[in-house]
Structures are given as C-alpha cells and as structure tokens.
Write a protein of this length. Structure first.
Lengths: 305, 322
C-alpha cells in the first residue's frame, strides 16, 4: 500500500445529519476516554494471555518440592535455580533436549528441500501429468493423521525404525502444505527470469537453486517456521515411535514426567514448571526473531484457503 | 515452437483412436515440450508421499477388514465387515464421538467469537498495538504439553489461580478437572486461550482486506458502528468465517494432546475423545484392525461435516467458495 493511500486511510469520512451532530461531538470529546478504555481492555486480555506463563516461571523459581504459593504469586518471589539444575541431573532432560533439536533440525531441512523441489516443478515446469500429481498432493491434505497413524506405525515397525531417529524424522520430512505454499511463492516470480537464465545456458537445477530459491527466502522461512513449530510441539508421533528413554523428545519426556509424578501425593510442581519453561523457551526465542513469518504463514493459509 | 511442430501435433490428433494410445503417450513423453526434469524435481516428495501416505492409507483400509492384534505383518484373519458391525454397538466409542462433538461444538463458535472480538480490538492504529498482537498470539506457538501442565496447576482445586480468582469474586471453587461436568468445559477454555491468537491473525487479514470505502458508504447512509459491523463487516468476512469454521471443525475432531496430558480421558470417560479412544485401542490394547475401522468412521464423520458446511455455502449462493 502506498504512503499516500495510508494517509487517506487515517482520515475517515464522517458525515452526520443534524440530530447526530451533538452525539458525534460528544463521541469526539470522549476521545481520550475511549483511548484509555481501549488500553484497559487490551491490557486485560494481555494479562489473561500472560498469567499462565508468569505463573509457570514464578513457580519454577520456587525451592525444589515446594507447594504453590498461596495466595498465588504471579510474579516470582524467590529465585531458586536448583530446579533447572535438577532437571538436567535427576531427569535426562539434556538428552531429551538434544533429541528434539536433532529431530527438529533434520525435519525442517528435509521439508525445505522436499517441498521446494516439488513446488518448483509444479510452479514452473510443464510436464505430462503435472496437474494430476499436484491434485494428488492437495487431496492428501484432507486425510487426517489418525487414519494413517496405525499403518504408518506398522510400516515403521517393519522397517525396524521403532526407537530410531530415522523413525522419528522420516515421516515428517515432506508436507503437502509446504509444497502448496512454496508453489504460490514461485508463481509470483516472472517467467522471464527463468527464460533469461536458460538462454544463458543454465540448466533447471541452476535456475531453481540460483534464482528461485534466493528470491523466495520469506516463503522458505515461513515453511521452516511451520515445520519447526509442528515438529518441536508434536506429541502423538514420538509417543508411538520413541518407546525407550534414549529417543524421547522434550514433549514426550514432559508428558511422561507429568504422568508419573501425578501418581504421587505431592507432585514436584516447581521441577515440572522448570521443565515446561525449558520446552517453551526455544520456541519463544524463534518467535521473537521470526514473528512475521509465523503470522505471514497463518494469514496466507487463511486468505488463500 | 515451429510450424513443423504444430503440423506434427495435428497429425497426431488425426491418428485413429484404436492404434496404440500408449505409443502416442510415449512419444509425447519424449518430445521436447515435455520438461522431463520436472519428474526428477517431484521425485523426492512423491516417493515420500507414496511410502508414508498412500501406502498407509491403503493398508489402513486393509487393516480395518482384518482382526489384527500383533504388530507383525500378514497372517491376520480376514473378518470382512465385522469390525464395522461391532463398532455400531460399541457404546464407549460412540460416547467418545459424542464427547468429540461436544468439544467441537463448544470450542469452535466460542473461539471464533472471542478471536473476532480480539481482532476488532487490535485492528486500529494505537501506540504499541503490535506488542499486544504479539502477546495475544503467544499461546499459539507454545507446545500443547507444556501448556497443559501449566493449566493443570492453574486449575488445581486447592491452590490453583482460577479458584483463587473465583474466591475473590465470591464464586464457589470447583474441582475443575476431577468433575465430569466441568472437565470438558475446562479443556474448551484452555483450547480457546491457546487458539484464539491464531484465529485472530486470520480475522485480522480478513478485516484488513475490506475496502475502507464500504465503511464510508455505510457511514454516509447513517449507520452507526454496531450496525456497520453487523451488516457490512460481518457479511464481507464470510470467506474468513467459513474458512475458520471448516478448519476449526476438522481440527476439533482431531483433538488429542490435551486429553492425553490433562485428563487421560477421565474423569469417568467425560473427556474420552475419538482420537484418544483410537490411540488406546490401537496402542494399548493392540486391536489395530478394529482401531483402523474406528479411524475410518472418524474420517467419514469429519468428511460429512465438511460436506455439510460446503452444502450450506452453496445454498447461500456463495459461489466463490464452494
């Protein structure tokens, strides 16, 4: 949107009839009050969104094994880091952490590679059966994971991939959604670029790798961010495939940790909250730096349907 | 493209239909108009699709007609439609389906209303509005397991924050997650808290795609803000509404993690939802054939729900969507 148009947007048309004029003037004089009211509302919602996180952090900083503070202290009153220390000594959370990083990094790399190559072919190469293949990919987006999870597990079991990193990673390294999203991005790049490169003697791979990929970095970032979020936060598939402690991901480790400690009369809540913080922190850091790609991907998926 | 090429094309078209269409396809395959590099480019993704999606889908159908109880291959007795017949009388399964429907019917419209209100609130130019948008979006990116663990403590009957706030306003404390009446409702609230930011972003994209002129026209016609919203904004947002409803219902029927972590389907089966039920059947009781049949029934229900919404849109005459 141009700067000019943005300025126009700011000045809204207000045409009022005689009887409305008094009301409109009142509405205008109340402007500061309305602003304050809006901020109050925004802060109210923001507090609602943030309280669980603050509570988590403040509980994780309480002495190990302590009960909740009552009345609840949303902001931390004690700064006891022993829970975080215990997390990596008493429970193998360090191992879970490395497992999750490994699985996530390889899945993201795989998704970018698999989706980008296929998306390039669907966007910019005309071969027999292109449309049929593309429709097939899109159609599979409709099949929920629950339909395939049982046979997929049996397949992975037969391949001997239960309790392996391959089993955790392989089924997730391509996604129809990623192909669709990247195809949309490639379609925005003028065909002339492709033709020009071909005339200069570039083969398809060079066109793809040296021209299309560098020009669609934001879309690639969006796909990466989605793959990262989906893999880091996934519970169901690791639950099926990682049956031993060695291959557990953070999500799975935390879920088991929660299940086993709820058997006790007094679960060690501060330790559990520290574990939750460790699970959430990397995603938060990525979110801080790549916020617009999270939002762009979601908005795109919504608008394009 | 040369004239000779065009001539060849028409000659091909005139060939009698009976003579080896395969041969023709073969020639077209090797012609220089067919960019065969494309096959290499889609090879990795296609191989992945075939191995991890198409084969499992076919195998899942096969499984659902067999009495499968070990993770080994083959040798399971064929039972025809028996799994599906048993399923019709399986009261716990239908209770799980009802619970799933309750969850979906509660969480989708409520979540959409809350997120629309949030989107309208942040859809204006105010100092620091981006910070608020980022905060509202924050729960979306967090993991379901960590969030579930935190909410277990927030909802704890004795020392939880929620009951503390209830006490402050004079409401009686509830045993949220131990009470069959409240457990599902509590999970719906958590779902809305976690998902509203996601829907807000989509609403926001929809709101910002509405041309300002239409609001101006409504203002000229003397409509107040509320009526403008109700009669101009909301109808124009219909594509967004439709998208959120369809994806919300699909997602709602697939809910698993909060039930697995927070309530384990309890108390008294009140939050036993379809996917959790299927998971238990397949991976704790190892009746994989029967669980596959259940998964197909769940898919059929999701598919029907989607068709129903598409049909509704068609009837409304929104041709651009269906």
């Amino acid at each position: 949107m141009s700067r000019q148009r943005m300025r126009e947007r700011r000045t809204r048309v207000r045409i009022v009839t005689g009887e409305q004029r008094g009301l409109a003037r009142l509405w205008d004089t109340l402007m500061p009050v309305r602003t304050v009211f809006f901020y109050a509302m925004l802060i109210f919602i923001a507090v609602g969104m943030l309280v669980p996180f603050l509570w988590m952090v403040s509980t994780s900083l309480r002495p190990p094994g302590a009960a909740f503070s009552y009345p609840p202290q949303i902001l931390p009153t004690t700064f006891d880091l022993r829970n975080y220390q215990q997390l990596f000594t008493l429970v193998p959370f360090g191992r879970y952490f490395l497992n999750t990083v490994l699985v996530t990094v390889l899945t993201v790399a795989g998704q970018v590679a698999f989706c980008a190559t296929a998306a390039y072919a669907f966007a910019r190469l005309s071969f027999i059966g292109r449309k049929a293949f593309f429709v097939l990919f899109l159609a599979t987006m409709m099949i929920p994971f629950q339909v395939t999870m049982i046979p997929l597990f049996l397949l992975v079991f037969q391949l001997g991939w239960v309790n392996t990193y391959t089993g955790l990673i392989a089924p997730g390294i391509s996604s129809a959604f990623g192909i669709f999203l990247l195809r949309q991005a490639f379609l925005t790049i003028p065909r002339d670029y492709q033709d020009a490169a071909r005339i200069d003697g570039a083969n398809e791979w060079t066109v793809f790798f040296r021209i299309f990929l560098p020009l669609t970095k934001p879309a690639l970032a969006t796909v990466s961010v989605f793959a990262f979020m989906g893999t880091w936060n996934d519970l169901l598939w690791p639950l099926l495939v990682a049956r031993d402690e060695e291959h557990r991901t953070l999500e799975l480790g935390l879920a088991y940790f929660n299940a086993s400690s709820s058997a006790f009369q007094q679960p060690n809540w501060p330790l559990m909250m520290a574990a939750s913080v460790v699970v959430l922190l990397p995603v938060l850091v990525v979110y801080l730096f790549a916020q617009r790609y999270f939002v762009a991907g979601i908005a795109l998926s919504g608008v394009k349907g | 493209v040369t004239v000779a090429d065009a001539g060849e094309d028409t000659r091909k078209a005139r060939q009698p239909r009976g003579r080896a269409p395969g041969h023709q396809l073969w020639r077209r395959f090797w012609s220089r108009h067919n960019e065969r590099a494309g096959y290499l480019f889609i090879l990795p993704a296609s191989a992945h699709l075939a191995l991890f999606l198409l084969i499992p889908i076919g195998f899942s159908l096969y499984l659902s007609f067999h009495e499968w109880s070990t993770p080994g291959f083959l040798g399971a007795p064929f039972v025809g439609l028996e799994n599906y017949r048993d399923l019709l009388q399986d009261e716990p399964f239908w209770r799980a389906m009802r619970n799933t429907a309750t969850y979906t019917v509660l969480s989708v419209p409520l979540g959409m209303a809350v997120s629309l209100a949030m989107a309208v609130t942040v859809n204006r130019r105010l100092l620091g509005i981006n910070v608020f948008r980022a905060i509202f979006f924050l729960p979306v990116i967090t993991s379901w397991v960590a969030v579930s663990v935190v909410w277990i403590t927030l909802l704890s009957p004795n020392a939880g924050v929620v009951n503390y706030v209830f006490g402050l306003v004079g409401l009686p404390p509830q045993a949220w997650l131990d009470n069959p009446r409240w457990a599902m409702f509590a999970i719906v609230i958590i779902t809305i808290w976690k998902g509203a930011g996601f829907q807000m972003v989509i609403w926001l994209a929809g709101l910002q795609s509405i041309p300002i002129e239409l609001h101006e026209a409504a203002a000229i016609d003397g409509a107040n803000r509320w009526r403008t919203f109700w009669h101009v904004t909301l109808p124009l947002l219909f594509p967004t509404t439709f998208f959120l409803a369809v994806t919300g219902v699909i997602g709602g029927f697939q809910v698993f993690t909060p039930m697995y972590v927070i309530t384990e389907g309890g108390p008294l089966g009140a939050t036993d939802v379809a996917v959790y039920h299927i998971y238990k059947r397949a991976f704790q009781e190892f009746s994989m054939g029967y669980a596959s049949a259940q998964a197909w029934v769940l898919f059929a229900v999701i598919f029907l729900a989607t068709l129903l919404q598409l049909w509704y849109v068609r009837r409304r005459g929104e041709t651009s969507l269906a």
